[in-house]
Design a protein around this ligand. Structure first.
Ligand code: AMP
Length: 482
């Protein structure tokens, strides 16, 4: 029970109102360490409740150790605007009975309003790095009295090239502070590097592995050919699958726009979300999805992290994610907080090896699915006949060709056996040898199999992120799911 964690009464009251009674694993492990003041390096999978894991102890500190100093006391950095917005909403929910203020600062919003917000001196600031840095440079933001710094989705932040910004912000923060770094993976070299630079004697918590994740999500693949075939399969799925809300992922902004238009043309009310859109348009689309005005959202990976929209029970990767990390984050948009969901990934020929890599890493086998009447011509990589040791070797192919050519020679031509080495040596001076014999050649008989190579184990981790329209208690899950 949360009450056993000795949290401030105002926070316990908010938790009760939000219907959150029992801490999740990440919460029960992180909160006592954070309350003791340790720096933390934590990985926990998406939907595990990690947001409250860092917010609750930080807010408790602000409440129980009041300060009269000016400036931000708790700063939470988020890689994306959508996640920042959710963190802001979750924070507001948790501080609803507390005398604390929270401000939101991210790119795309009016600079002057953010400046006005900073003048009000909120104790808590949720920000994306780029915009915060601008305010630091203009001396609007005051971090010299900062007590707690949280980096959410640390690996994503680094993958987005934000490490310089983050380090510059950290330099503006009070050195004697508590720092918590949450990351989908701790194996990420960048995360380990930045952790060394900004954490002091951190306690490291690994709460789940990629293999533990998403046991409540049915993960299927459908073989596909070209874009037109993908379009047909997608329209079929959206018209025949049972779902409340569906999230469709593509790899490019262009394709996202095209697909959104295509679906609307086929009377499927679909919204589009990608990083090139104005912030207002992005917010509008998210609101429409949250409130069920649209059931389908086509998005790039900008929507893969952090979003916790209630009712997303279908994720379709029209393009296979570019990396294992991206795959798991996309899939994690469904099956949130113990609910179940389905993730369907389209696999065309170039995606096969990546699919095997993902299966290998997650130690699962994707459920292979085909839609009657829409089966792909692509059936997976061609099987190599294993009869001859060197069945696929170049030398043997040439030998077979030579044999075939010999067999096709007109009948009147004398059927002399033309050896490969003879063919290869045409025009070359013959080494002195016995008449009729040729210099023995060494051939490389190693077979080059066309089967997918055993994939290198990717650097994976698990995701993190969150929120929907507010807090919703997780359904009770089996232990393996956590
Ligand atoms: P997060 O991993 O922080 O994105 O949280 C995922 C979901 O879990 C959110 O929808 C939260 O409302 C929910 N949640 C967080 N903590 C708890 C808890 N202790 N009990 C039940 N649900 C929770």
């Amino acid at each position: 029970m949360f009450a056993e964690l000795q949290l401030d009464k105002q926070l316990l009251r908010a938790l009760e109102k939000l219907g959150l009674e029992t801490p999740t694993e990440v919460q029960s492990q992180t909160i006592p360490l954070a309350l003791a003041g340790s720096d933390l390096l934590v990985n926990a999978h998406t939907g595990s409740g990690k947001t409250a894991a860092f917010l609750l102890p930080s807010l408790h500190k602000l409440l129980t150790e009041p300060s009269k100093l000016h400036g931000t006391r708790l700063l939470v950095l988020s890689p994306t605007r959508e996640l920042a917005r959710q963190l802001f909403k979750n924070c507001k929910d948790l501080i609803q009975f507390c005398p604390l203020q929270v401000g939101l600062m991210m790119g795309g919003d009016e600079f002057k309003y953010q400046r006005a917000m900073l003048r009000k001196d909120p104790e808590i600031l949720i920000a994306t790095p780029g915009r915060l840095l601008e305010h630091i440079k203009h001396e609007h933001a005051e971090l010299s009295n900062l007590e707690v710094l949280v980096l959410d989705e640390g690996d994503r932040m680094l993958d987005m090239g934000l490490s310089d910004d983050v380090l510059e912000i950290v330099r503006a923060c009070k050195p004697e502070r508590q720092t918590m770094l949450f990351s989908a993976t701790l194996a990420h070299t960048g995360v380990r590097k930045i952790a060394q630079q900004i954490l002091r004697a951190p306690k490291s918590l690994t709460l789940s592995t990629a293999q533990d994740q998403h046991s409540n999500i049915r993960q299927q693949v459908i073989l596909t050919d070209d874009a037109a075939h993908k379009d047909r399969v997608l329209t079929w799925l959206l018209s025949n699958e049972k779902y409340e809300k569906a999230l469709i992922f593509t790899n490019t902004r262009d394709y996202t726009n095209k697909l959104g238009g295509f679906l609307r043309y086929h009377n499927i009310e679909a919204g589009v979300l990608h990083g090139e859109m104005e912030q207002d348009a992005r917010n509008q689309i998210m609101t429409q999805l949250r409130y069920g005005k649209i059931k389908v959202l086509v998005a790039t990976d900008v929507a893969a992290r952090g979003l916790d929209v209630k009712g997303i029970d279908l994720v379709i990767n029209v393009d296979m994610a570019r990396s294992g990390d991206d795959y798991i984050h996309r899939v994690g948009r469904t099956g949130r907080a113990g609910a179940s969901g389905t993730a369907i990934t389209f696999i065309s020929a170039p995606d096969w090896n990546l699919m095997s890599t993902v299966e290998h890493y997650l130690q699962i086998r994707f459920e292979k699915r085909a839609i009657k009447g829409l089966e792909a011509a692509f059936k997976g990589p061609k099987k190599i006949k294993s009869s001859g040791k060197a069945a696929g070797s170049k030398v043997n192919k040439e030998k077979r060709k030579a044999r075939k050519e010999a067999a096709e020679m007109p009948d009147e031509a004398p059927k002399t056996k033309q050896r490969l080495r003879d063919k290869k040596n045409i025009g070359k001076r013959r080494a002195p040898s016995k008449e009729g014999s040729t210099t023995p050649e060494k051939t490389n008989n190693k077979s080059k199999s066309a089967a997918p190579k055993t994939p290198a184990k990717p650097t994976w981790g698990e995701p993190s992120a969150w929120q929907k329209d507010g807090w919703a208690p997780m359904k009770k899950k089996k232990k393996t799911e956590e």
